[in-house]
Design a protein around this ligand. Structure first.
Ligand code: NAD
Length: 316
């Protein structure tokens, strides 16, 4: 088989464990030289001392399998460290081709109990972390387009979540960050299309440190591949990073356990126009109240019934 990512330089953030590790291994298997980034803190809430060990272990695993990889232990939530990550990739392996934003932490709490720090830290690592690397990679690609006088090769794969699609009740910080990542993805897709760069987002589901208390009802099978293994997600990231996906841009895909679902863009379900110069309260009441009365109580914009999210959060 010819390797679709041969000669490509890739970054995978948060690749010292879980989904990012599987994605880094898959990109390397497909021929890419991979910078394995991970801040390496022991706590899934971002607590504890940073460590280069998780990133180094995955980079070593890739090299042992015959691939090319280098470890980087920067914090993607820090703009300068994200810049250094992109520069490191270029120094190690040449011009950047692929950016997989995956790093993340979890600090679940009901909205009425959530602290400012719980909110800020999750937004920082996920949403700002995605922005930081995207900003630096996008500038790198734009500079190369200017120098080359034509489009370059660029692929961004971002990590959203069904928690955004479902409006996960105990994860206001996380759901907001993951929704923001979809907005960042579509904006970036529009901005960079002319440079030859695509940006897409996935909503993965897998048994990892982050979800160790989520999929408790779905035990690992005694043999064979776990339906919740991160290895079910990684091939889609490889595909989105490849030349074959040149036409795939600004998309959102749910992926887990042998399934890929393309999420349609939001559609306008109903539209109302005022019969006057401007809406009044009375006219809105006359139009919207009967409309909403026909819908199941509690139904929201979220698609929880379609995607069957398993997330629960203790009411603490
Ligand atoms: P994980 O905890 O196993 O891995 C996340 C990795 O990110 C860790 O190795 C951690 O050290 C690293 N990280 C955390 N903060 C960082 C920072 N500031 N800079 C660099 N690295 C940092 O979790 P996972 O399940 O593999 O999650 C990966 C991504 O997938 C996350 O964005 C998560 O929100 C998303 N996701 C996971 C699931 C799932 O079912 N596992 C579902 C939806 C979305």
């Amino acid at each position: 088989m010819s390797l679709p990512l041969k000669g490509r330089t890739a970054i995978v953030t948060g690749a010292g464990r879980g989904l990012g590790r599987a994605e880094a291994l898959e990109l390397a298997r497909l021929g890419a030289s991979v910078v394995v980034n991970d801040y390496g803190q022991p706590g899934r809430d971002g607590s504890g001392a940073a460590s280069v060990v998780p990133a180094e272990e995955v980079a070593a695993e890739i090299r042992a399998a015959g691939g090319r990889a280098a470890a980087h232990s920067g914090d993607v939530g820090d703009h300068e460290q994200a810049r250094a990550l992109v520069e490191f990739a270029v120094e190690q392996f040449g011009p950047l081709d692929i950016l997989v934003n995956n790093a993340g932490i979890l600090r679940d709490r009901m909205v009425f109990s959530m602290s400012e720090d719980e909110w800020d830290s999750v937004i920082r690592v996920h949403l700002k972390g995605h922005f930081n690397t995207t900003r630096c990679a996008a500038a790198h690609w734009r500079d190369r387009v200017k120098a080359a006088g034509g489009p370059v090769y660029g692929r961004i794969v971002n990590t959203s979540s069904e928690a955004f699609l479902a409006g996960s009740a105990g994860q206001p910080n996380y759901a907001a960050a993951k929704g923001g990542i979809v907005g960042l993805t579509t904006s970036t897709a529009h901005a960079l299309a002319k440079y030859g760069v695509t940006a897409n987002a996935i909503c993965p589901r897998a048994r990892t440190r982050m979800t160790e208390d989520v999929f408790t009802g779905a035990e690992r099978p005694p043999e064979g591949l776990d339906p919740l293994a991160p290895e079910h997600v990684a091939p889609l990231v490889g595909y989105l990073a490849s030349p074959a996906a040149a036409q795939v841009n600004g998309q959102l895909l749910v992926v887990h356990g042998g399934m890929v679902a393309i999420v349609e863009r939001p559609r306008v379900g109903a539209r109302f126009d005022t019969k006057q110069d401007a809406f009044t309260y009375e006219e809105l009441d006359a139009l919207l109240t009967p409309h909403y009365a026909q819908r199941p109580r509690g139904e929201t914009f979220a698609a929880v019934e379609v995607l069957g999210l398993r997330h629960t959060a203790a009411d603490r």
